[in-house]
Design a protein around this ligand. Structure first.
Ligand code: ATP
Ligand code: MG
Ligand code: MG
Length: 430
């Protein structure tokens, strides 16, 4: 972690990009980076600052991500395509080396947290539909306008959008920018150059103004305190593994549980791998559990278990598909049967939804009608994101099924924000 070539240690109050960004608190981390909430002093708004590990391979990955994000952001000036936007990027030198930093618009919790906070019981069909719509808008943009395959879609990589803009309304969001460094920080104010000091003074003035507004907003928002901070749109993030459909870097992509069969088989891939992962996400949102959780067993590998689970749910894989991948021979005999897992227990998406997850029959049928074509073993037969957006399952009345949360669900919603934003908005105004 925090050593040469690794993460950059950050403390609240640390300055980046010559004082433009002031670190607030850690939002999350991944294998490549830590991500911090930061306050952009120049534009007076909150941003997410992703600070990459410094070793060359991580720097390379960051440049890769910047390449895709730049294109994505450039071609979506109105920021309505449900994909994260890159605001800025720069280099930051620290004790562990030089770190490439990416600045993003600040978003809320991931879908994984949403599912966790609902105690893995599913989030309700109306909300599943809303979120699916957002993801599909994003995928349609990536696929048909940009020619990009995301190739790592999963719950962690879709973040909720909060309609509360912390920069416009720091009170209801429960946030106020922290522009102070804790005592004893070795990079304390003494180490600031005159420009940094000036920026910091300016930042202090902003803070004072925000504090002033605090009182009046607290007064006026008391009456309308509600959960309108979550509109359930969401955005696709993490383009560290993205590729161009016509310029692929590796045969082996996607996170295990969301991996399409053609990847396991080594049969080449295109946009439709994202559609497979999308179907896995949609199911997981509704059921609260992953669609496929393959495990290695006695006498068979995780890959073989995965293929078996797929067939148990979706029917036997057509022999032509099963036998023509570069790795087919590892798994299948020449008849197209799995070599080492001989007995399959067939079921269906609809049955599982009803029997295991208690989804009402009619809901389960409609949902399965939407999902199953996406889980076609033949990649070219899967509907595109644009096709899905036309599907009857998504033609709901926006007003009636608002997806907004009623008071029974307040508890789960209060929990849905680890960033503290929504949570505090309900508490702090008191
Ligand atoms: P991975 O190992 O998944 O590739 P990574 O190092 O590339 O991780 P990201 O997945 O981009 O990092 O981000 C890590 C985490 O930081 C996310 O899962 C999320 O919790 C948080 N995060 C990232 N971007 C934002 C954002 N714009 N707003 C709020 N939180 C964010
Ligand atoms: Mg990630
Ligand atoms: Mg990544």
């Amino acid at each position: 972690g925090y050593r040469k070539g690794g993460y950059h240690a950050v403390r609240p109050g640390d300055l980046f990009a010559a004082g433009r960004y002031v670190a607030q608190r850690k939002l999350g981390w991944g294998n490549f980076s830590t991500v911090w909430l930061a306050f952009d002093v120049q534009l007076q708004k909150y941003v997410a600052l992703k600070i990459q590990k410094s070793a060359p391979e991580f720097a390379q990955a960051a440049l890769h991500e910047i390449e895709f994000l730049t294109e994505i952001t450039k071609r979506d000036p109105s920021n309505c395509k449900c994909i994260i936007q890159l605001i800025d990027h720069f280099k930051h030198t620290g004790p562990n080396g030089q770190h490439i930093c990416l600045v993003f618009e600040f978003l809320g919790d991931s879908l994984l947290k949403l599912v966790q906070y609902n105690r893995y019981k599913g989030i309700g069909m109306d909300r599943v539909k809303r979120i699916c719509k957002s993801i599909l808008v994003g995928l349609d943009y990536l696929h048909s306008e940009l020619g990009i395959i995301h190739s790592d879609l999963k719950l962690e990589n879709v973040l909720l959008v909060s309609t509360i803009d912390p920069s416009k309304d720091p009170i209801r969001s429960g946030l106020k920018p922290n522009l102070e460094r804790p005592e004893g920080n070795p990079n304390g104010e003494a180490g600031l150059n005159p420009i940094e000091k000036k920026l910091k003074m300016r930042a202090r003035r902003v803070l004072a103004k925000l504090a002033e507004r605090r009182k009046s907003v607290a007064e006026s928002s008391r009456a309308e305190r509600s959960l309108d901070g979550i509109d359930l749109t969401c955005k696709i993030v993490d383009f560290g593994n993205a590729c161009w459909a016509d310029k692929q870097y590796t045969d082996f992509i996607q996170t295990r549980q969301y991996r399409a069969p053609e990847i396991i088989l080594g049969a080449g891939y295109s946009f439709s791998v994202d559609m497979w992962s999308f179907a896995c996400i949609a199911f997981e949102l509704a059921a609260g559990e992953m669609l496929f959780t393959p495990k290695e067993g006695h006498g068979y590998s995780e890959d073989e278990d995965h293929l078996a689970l797929m067939m148990e749910l979706l029917g036997k894989m057509p022999k032509k598909i099963a036998t023509t991948g570069s790795r087919s021979k590892e798994y299948f005999d020449r008849h197209g049967d799995l070599k080492r897992i001989r007995r399959l227990k067939f079921s269906s998406v609809e049955r599982i939804l009803v029997d295991k997850y208690g989804v009402p029959e009619s809901d389960a049928r409609e949902f399965a009608n939407f999902l199953c074509p996406l889980l076609d073993f033949a990649p070219e037969k899967r509907p595109t994101a644009a096709d899905c957006l036309q599907h009857p399952w998504l033609q709901y009345d926006d007003d009636k099924s608002s997806g907004a949360l009623n008071s029974d669900e307040v508890n789960s919603v209060n929990l849905t924000n680890s960033t503290g934003i929504t949570i505090s908005s309900c508490k702090n105004v008191d």
